[in-house]
Design a protein around this ligand. Sequence first.
Ligand code: FMN
Length: 333
Amino acid sequence: MAKKVLGISFGRKNSNCDMMVKCALMECEKEGCETAFIRADDLNITNCNGCISCVIGLMSGRGRGYCVRHDDFDILDECVMQSDGLIIACPTYETSATGRFKTICDRIGPSHDITFRKAAYDEGKAAGKPESELPDARAFNKRSAALISVGGAMTENWVALTVPMMYEFTFPMAIDVIDTVEYYGAMAFENVAGNAPMMERMKKVGQNVVASINAETEEERIAWRGDEEGCCPICHTRLLQVSHDKKSVDCVVCGSHGTLKIVDGLIDVEYTPEELDRSRLRWGGKLEHSTEIKTQAQPSGTIKNLKELKAPYVAYNPGIFPVDESANGNLKK
Ligand SMILES: Cc1cc2nc3c(=O)[nH]c(=O)nc-3n(C[C@H](O)[C@H](O)[C@H](O)COP(=O)(O)O)c2cc1C
């Protein structure tokens, strides 16, 4: 059966992200894959309202881990579940991914975290529940992805947060990112279709995803195929956060704790194997998080006088500032 590759563009219709994803997908098709394409703005997907019933359902065994609302997220979810590989491109807005991208990541959220899902699946199965009452077992299939960020600015640091943020799409479902591309300076071309080297790189993205999903071994499947090794051996990004005591660093994407070293004048980060296993991109890091939530989140009804404690804040509502008619604002008169 042909392997399936799903392309998702968060960009404008027929603009850079669309072209780049389609170029990579066409390469996948050439190599025998079945492909599908979604432009995120064509889907009607509402924001997560934070009710957490998806994840409470998983933890209690009463739910399958889905949102109480049915909207076009279900279409995206179905396509992801069918896919073996994903190619995702997102524009940079204000140095990071777009609002639509974040909306979709929030909807993926903890309910798609495979450690939550697997526990619910295994416990439900052991209790004799039918498959229809369990989380979608396709969630546990291995998948590989390439992430592409696009920025109009000519300066690379104006796209700095986009690729790191794009891991929010892949890490809950343990989709392995095997290639990333940061395309900045996009406004120097009317459209990326006129940027031959970047379109060549997109063909390579397609080839890399195909090589990964067709790999014979797991080691080969998850092998990093990006241009640079980065600062973290797991996510290969370069985004580090300095600890409060300024003695160590964390990989922002993975959460793994490392030690900064200068070797032959070059910055290097050393991570212990234990810390790498705590990466939220790996089972260990995800399990640590789902366990802390399961064991430490205080159930409702615990604080007996909560209604009373909240009352002054519930009653307090200063409202908005009165309109300043003398200022040059943008409110419709
Ligand atoms: C609201 C907004 C904010 C933007 N902020 C940035 C930015 O911080 N850095 C950057 O490089 N480009 C920025 N851009 C430019 C877009 O990344 C650029 O237009 C990109 O090509 C959009 O992708 P698309 O062509 O696939 O739609 C911004 C564009 C918009 C609309």
